[in-house]
Design a protein around this ligand. Structure first.
Ligand SMILES: [Zn+2]
Ligand SMILES: [Zn+2]
Length: 446
């Protein structure tokens, strides 16, 4: 409803009024384009909201899609098909048509256009593998219902099933439930996977293997399996590459990090000689911190409010306290539980970081910047945002850990305000964190 009012407001307001209400910050946009731009943005947000699995009102989204398609058709450059100029819009539109149950010729054509757009983009930023997968899942279904082209139908089914078998969390679980919900006739891809039983099995907490495969990408060009087969850095075993070429190109940035991992292992071995239980704790802590854990990173991206403002990865960080729980599971992802956490503006908590990490007064800024640079070094394609996390067990020195989160994941993993439920996977969700400096939690402060 709020967005609908905004659409109306943009439609009826003059450019001057929009400027005065600070809806529009002028940059190089030509005069007269601003209302259109803001309107388009609101239509886009509204249609994404209406088609999301939780809201699931695709029919209400359709008018907004028609307006957007009309707009891009007017503004498109000639000589290139429109769908290849606006692939994300066509992907969302195709998905909405299927959600509406429009299993017709038009839907088939739109889906095939999305696949063509995927093929056309071979250099980064490539279409996320997600777009290709969703389109083929839908095509398998649409072709079956149309009773057309059984060869292509089977090919799409097998490709999509193989992909999901390998990497079941590539599509958000709510989305899979939405897509596979209609079972009259059953969805051919779900049948190929083993039916509702398969869906129930993968709906439980993702296994370590699922998480690892989901986050595995070439460190240099970010390509994912099965677009290419990846191999590990033989020295540290912590990062992946798609080719010798990518490994060579990435060495300059990976060199220091690789050395760091090896040093970490050597340090733990040294501690083990004098204090085996401390060595185990340190090993578990690093293991927990470095483990691929899709839910935890997804939760942090929501906590930071990156969907609303992706630049908050640079101005805010997650702080928290941990509990050591080695008895819970052999799986390293569960050896710690986040007991408290919150989102803070970095400027507000430098004093806390200095005292917790036992740094000199005034050294906090440089300490944070160092890790921010490490996160940026992981982002060679400039399509990612840093996520900084500062956590530790009370009584022990916490450490700052930089993660790097692909911005295209923000669309695949929509914002959820229930992110605290995702942080731990197992056990109670974290409570709010209060800091000694009384710095205010900034989750809702934009
Ligand atoms: Zn590569
Ligand atoms: Zn390495």
């Amino acid at each position: 409803m709020a967005l609908k009012l905004i659409v109306l407001a943009f439609h009826d307001s003059t450019e001057q009024a929009l400027r005065m209400t600070s809806w529009y910050i002028p940059h190089e946009t030509k005069p007269g384009e601003i209302n259109n731009l803001l309107q388009f943005n609101a239509h886009w947000k509204l249609s994404i909201h209406l088609t999301s699995p939780r809201v699931n009102r695709p029919f209400d989204a359709m008018p907004h899609f028609y307006i957007m398609l009309d707009t891009v058709a007017r503004n498109a450059e000639t000589g290139q098909p429109i769908w290849s100029q606006f692939p994300a819009l066509y992907e969302a539109y195709a998905d909405a048509r299927v959600s509406c149950g429009l299993f017709d010729e038009d839907t088939r054509i739109v889906l095939e256009h999305v696949l063509q757009a995927c093929d056309a983009l071979t250099k980064p930023p490539m279409m996320p593998v997600h777009a290709r997968l969703m389109s083929r899942i839908h095509l398998a279904n649409v072709l079956q219902r149309l009773g057309q082209d059984p060869v292509a139908q089977r090919e799409h089914t097998e490709w999509a099933a193989q992909m999901l078998r390998k990497n079941p969390r590539l599509v958000l679980i709510d989305k899979l439930h939405q897509v596979f919900a209609r079972d009259d006739p059953p969805h051919p891809v779900l049948t190929a996977l083993g039916g509702q039983k398969w869906l129930a099995r993968i709906s439980r907490t993702p296994t370590a293997g699922m998480d690892e495969r989901l986050l595995r990408r070439c460190e240099t060009c970010r390509v994912r399996e099965p677009q290419k087969t990846l191999f590990r850095c033989a020295a540290c075993g912590m990062v992946w590459y798609c080719s010798k070429q990518c490994q060579k190109e990435g060495w300059q940035t990976h060199k220091e990090i690789c050395k760091g991992f090896l040093q970490q292992k050597a340090d733990i071995d040294k501690i083990r000689q004098t204090d085996p239980s401390l060595a185990q704790f340190v090993e578990d802590f690093f293991g927990w911190r470095d483990a691929a854990c899709s839910n935890r990173l997804y939760a942090y991206s929501c906590a930071l409010g990156l969907h609303r403002d992706p630049s908050r990865g640079r101005t805010h960080l997650i702080m928290g306290e941990l509990e050591y729980t080695p008895q819970v599971s052999k799986d390293v992802r569960f050896k710690f539980r986040v007991t408290k956490c919150g989102v803070f503006r970095i400027e507000d908590v430098l004093v806390d970081i200095e005292s917790l990490a036992t740094l000199k007064n005034g050294a906090g800024r440089r300490y944070v910047d160092k890790y921010m640079q490490e996160a940026d070094a992981m982002d060679r394609t400039k399509t990612r945002t840093p996520i900084l996390v500062f956590m530790g067990v009370p009584g022990r020195r916490p450490l700052l850990k930089p993660y790097s989160w692909a911005l295209d994941s923000l669309r695949e993993f929509p914002h959820t305000q229930d992110w605290r439920d995702l942080v731990n996977n197992k056990g109670a969700p974290p409570e709010c964190l209060r800091l000694r400096s009384r710095a205010q939690d900034a989750e809702f402060v934009f």
